[in-house]
Design a protein around this ligand. Structure first.
Ligand SMILES: Cc1cc2nc3c(=O)[nH]c(=O)nc-3n(C[C@H](O)[C@H](O)[C@H](O)COP(=O)(O)OP(=O)(O)OC[C@H]3O[C@@H](n4cnc5c(N)ncnc54)[C@H](O)[C@@H]3O)c2cc1C
Length: 457
C-alpha cells in the first residue's frame, strides 16, 4: 500500500472532503483517490453525553471527528445560498458560488432516501419585525434534513464513494507532510505513509493545528481571522415558534449598544438538544435537533456569539478563545457551565437546587455555575444586551429561567493564502471550514466540488 502513488489524497472525511471525492470520481473514473480521516467510521461514532451523562472526554471527539465530519450529527440545515455560512460568494462571485451550492444540494438529494426534506422560504413579515427592533434577520431559503435524515444521507454518500473505488481510511490522523520531487508523503500517526501527487486539505475547524503546521512547513502565508465567543441559549420551544414555524432557523444580527460590537444569534435548533463537543480536550457547548416528532424536546436552543477581530500585534485568536473555554471547564469541573439568565443578571451563581426548580429543563448535563466568572466584561455585556434585544421580537427570551451554557466559540483564525483554485502550494488545495472561508455544510461541500473540478475537471 505504501508504494502506491495516489493521484489525490484527501485529508478529512467531512462534507468538504466527501464532496471533493465524489466529484473527482465523477470527473475521472480511473483516478486513484483516498480519503484519510482521523476519527472512526460513521456507524461507530457514538457520543454518550446528554441529559444524564456529561462529556466522556474521548481522545477523538465522536461529535466532531470521524467520517461525515462535524456535520454528522448536525441538524442538517443546508443553506441554499450565500447570505451566511461563509464568504464563498465573495471568493468565487455569487453566481459561481450558488452554482456549486446547488450541485451539493443535487448530490444530497440523490442520497437522501428517507423522505422529502422541508424547504423554508424567507419571510418579509419577520424581517420587518426584526428591523423595527434594531435586529437584522439574515434570510435565505434553507433545506432542513434533520439529524436523522442527514445521518442516513451521509451514510449513503460514503458507501457510494467507497464502492466507486476510492479508498476510505479511518483512524488515519495526518501528522505531517513532506515532499520528494513532485510527490508528497503524508505521514500518519499510525506509522503509515501515503504518497500523493495532489492533496486536498479538508480538516475542518478541528484541524486548525494541522493547517497551521502545514503552512509553517511549506512557507504558506496565513492571516488572522475573527473569532466568535459566547454561549448556547436554551428555553421553551414555544417562545421562538412564530419564527421557527415560518423560516425554521432565525439567524439574527445585533449591534450592541454599549460597545457597538456585532453579536449574532445562530444555529437555532427547534425541539432540540444542547450537546457538548471536545475540541482538543476543551469541552464546549453546541446544539442539534432531530426531524422525527418523537425525538423532539420541549426546548429550543441557539448560540449567541460576540465577534472579535484582533489587531496587531496579537495573533493568537484561537488560543484566546480556547483559554476562555478552558476557564469554564476549570470552574465546571471539566464540563461546560450552565446558568439561569435570572441568576446571571442578579450576580449569583446557579446551583443544583435552583436548576432543579427551573421551568426550562436542561437537555445537557452541565455544571451549574456562574458564567460571569469566565466571560470578559465586554463579551458578557454584548450577550446580555442581545438577549434583551431578542426579547422584543420573541418575548420570553429574557426570562429568568432561560439557560445559558458556557462557553461556545467558533474560530476561523487561520486563513492561508491561496490562488483562484484554493491551491495553497503546488498541488495542495484547501476546502471547507479549515480554509477560514466556510462556516457551514453547503459552502464547505461546494468548495470540495469546485476544487475537484480544478484538479481534474
Ligand atoms: C453540532 C453541530 C451542528 C452543526 N449544524 C450545522 C447545520 O445544521 N448546518 C450547517 O450548514 N452547518 C452545521 N454545522 C457546521 C458544519 O458541520 C461544518 O461547517 C461542516 O461540517 C464543515 O465541513 P468540513 O468538511 O470543512 O469539516 P468537518 O466536517 O469538520 O470535517 C473535517 C474532518 O477532518 C478530520 N480531520 C481533522 N484533522 C485531521 C487530520 N490531521 N488528519 C485526518 N483527519 C483530520 C476531522 O476528524 C473531521 O472529521 C454544525 C456543526 C456542529 C459541530
Amino acid at each position: 500500500m505504501s508504494e502506491q502513488i495516489y493521484d489525490v489524497v484527501i485529508i478529512g472525511g467531512g462534507i468538504g472532503g466527501l464532496m471533493a471525492a465524489y466529484r473527482l470520481r465523477k470527473n475521472n473514473p480511473d483516478c486513484k483517490i483516498a480519503i484519510t480521516e482521523r476519527g472512526d467510521v460513521l456507524e461507530k461514532r457514538i457520543c454518550i453525553a446528554g441529559k444524564e451523562k456529561s462529556c466522556a472526554h474521548c481522545k477523538i471527539c465522536h461529535i466532531t471527528s470521524g467520517f461525515a465530519g462535524a456535520g454528522a450529527f448536525s441538524d442538517g440545515k443546508f443553506n441554499l445560498g450565500t447570505a451566511y455560512g461563509g464568504t464563498l460568494g465573495e471568493e468565487l462571485g455569487e453566481d459561481k458560488a450558488n452554482k456549486f451550492i446547488n450541485e451539493v444540494d443535487k448530490i444530497l438529494n440523490e442520497y437522501c432516501t428517507s423522505g422529502e426534506p422541508v424547504v423554508y422560504k424567507s419571510n418579509d413579515e419577520l424581517r420587518l419585525k426584526c428591523l423595527q427592533n434594531n435586529l437584522r434577520l439574515l434570510d435565505m431559503n434553507v433545506k432542513h434534513l434533520g439529524t436523522d435524515n442527514n445521518y442516513l444521507t451521509m451514510q449513503n454518500l460514503i458507501e457510494a464513494i467507497g464502492k466507486s473505488g476510492t479508498d476510505l481510511f479511518h483512524f488515519y490522523n495526518c501528522k505531517s507532510v513532506d515532499k520528494e520531487g513532485d510527490v508528497y508523503n503524508l505521514n500518519y500517526d499510525n506509522g503509515i505513509t501515503l504518497k500523493a501527487r495532489h492533496i486536498i486539505i479538508a480538516t475542518g475547524r478541528g484541524g486548525a493545528g494541522f493547517v497551521a503546521d502545514f503552512c509553517k512547513d511549506f512557507g504558506v502565508k496565513v492571516r488572522s481571522n475573527h473569532i466568535d465567543i459566547g454561549v448556547r441559549v436554551e428555553m421553551k420551544d414555544i417562545i421562538w415558534r412564530e419564527f421557527s414555524s415560518k423560516i425554521y432557523e432565525p439567524k439574527i444580527l445585533y449591534k450592541t449598544k454599549t460597545f457597538e460590537d456585532r453579536c449574532r444569534m445562530f444555529c437555532f435548533n427547534q425541539g432540540g438538544l444542547v450537546s457538548a463537543e471536545n475540541n482538543r480536550g476543551i469541552i464546549t457547548a453546541n446544539g442539534h435537533s432531530f426531524a422525527q416528532a418523537d425525538k423532539k424536546t420541549d426546548n429550543c436552543n441557539f448560540a449567541i456569539l460576540s465577534s472579535i477581530r484582533f489587531t496587531e500585534p496579537f495573533n493568537q485568536p484561537t488560543e484566546y478563545a480556547e483559554n476562555i473555554s478552558r476557564l469554564a471547564n476549570m470552574i465546571g469541573n471539566g464540563n461546560v457551565l450552565v446558568q439561569r439568565f435570572g441568576d446571571l443578571i442578579r450576580g449569583r451563581r446557579t446551583n443544583d437546587h435552583r436548576l432543579a426548580q427551573n421551568t426550562v429543563t436542561p437537555t445537557l448535563k452541565a455544571t451549574a455555575g456562574d458564567i460571569s466568572l469566565v466571560l470578559p466584561h465586554r463579551i458578557l455585556t454584548n450577550i446580555i444586551e442581545t438577549i434583551y434585544a431578542l426579547d422584543k421580537v420573541a418575548p420570553g427570551t429574557a426570562n429568568d429561567d432561560t439557560l445559558l451554557y458556557g462557553c461556545e466559540s467558533k474560530y476561523y483564525s487561520i486563513r492561508p493564502e491561496f490562488n483562484e483554485k484554493f491551491e495553497i502550494t503546488d498541488g495542495v488545495y484547501i476546502v471547507g471550514d479549515g480554509s477560514g472561508i466556510c462556516r457551514g455544510l453547503s459552502q464547505s461541500g461546494a468548495m470540495g466540488i469546485y476544487v475537484a473540478d480544478c484538479i481534474n475537471g
